[in-house]
Write a protein that binds this ligand. Structure first.
Ligand code: S3P
Length: 182
């Protein structure tokens, strides 16, 4: 987004499902006085049902199509904090839109820490359902390359939400001051 000042560009949070994109996104939004957009929640509102029901009723491709449209639309808006689902970056168009319009933070959680959260996630994440632990690990590893395209990475292992949010806001402020000094 060449014509939008860095300070006004929206921030996108990416990473595998359940790494804390929504919780951390809300905390960052509060610290920066910005609106927060949760793409999964927007999809849910549109269909009036959670992602697992959308997958069952309409299929994954309809979910992905809606996800793509909503992300491309949200990326065009300024001054937002946007959390996108863990599978969103599988789509080229989504990755390209986010990379060109927004500042992308990758929330990187190790497999060892992530696997402790499985029981909290399994019921609400259709792509985990029906898979054993080896298959889930394979999905986790296969997804890592799609998160490589980011502007900044935060290793979130063992860090409380507030600390991650503080790190993100501090690094943004540093970048704004370097590249767009007042
Ligand atoms: C998905 C991740 C979910 C949600 C949907 C599909 C995925 O979002 O979009 O269940 O394919 O990784 P979270 O990353 O917020 O869990």
């Amino acid at each position: 987004m060449k014509d939008v000042p860095l300070r006004e560009q929206s921030i996108v949070l990416i990473g595998f499902m359940g790494v804390g994109k929504t919780t951390i996104g809300k905390a960052v939004a509060k610290k920066l006085y910005r609106d927060f957009i949760d793409i999964d929640e927007e999809i849910e509102k549109k269909f009036n049902m959670p992602p697992s029901d959308i997958f069952k009723e309409y299929g994954e491709s309809i979910f992905r199509q809606t996800e793509k449209e909503l992300i491309i639309d949200s990326c065009k808006q300024k001054l937002k904090i946007i959390s996108v689902g863990g599978g969103a970056f599988l789509q080229d168009e989504v990755r390209k839109a986010c990379l060109s319009e927004c500042i992308i933070f990758f929330l990187d959680l190790s497999w060892e820490s992530w696997k402790e959260r499985i029981s909290l996630l399994i019921d609400s994440r259709p792509v985990l359902q029906g898979k054993n632990i080896e298959q889930i690990k394979e999905l986790f590893e296969n997804r890592q390359p799609i998160y490589k395209e980011h502007h900044s990475r935060v290793v979130t292992d063992d860090l409380p939400v507030e600390e991650v949010a503080d790190y993100i806001t501090a690094s943004l402020k540093t970048a704004w001051d370097i590249y767009e000094p007042n």
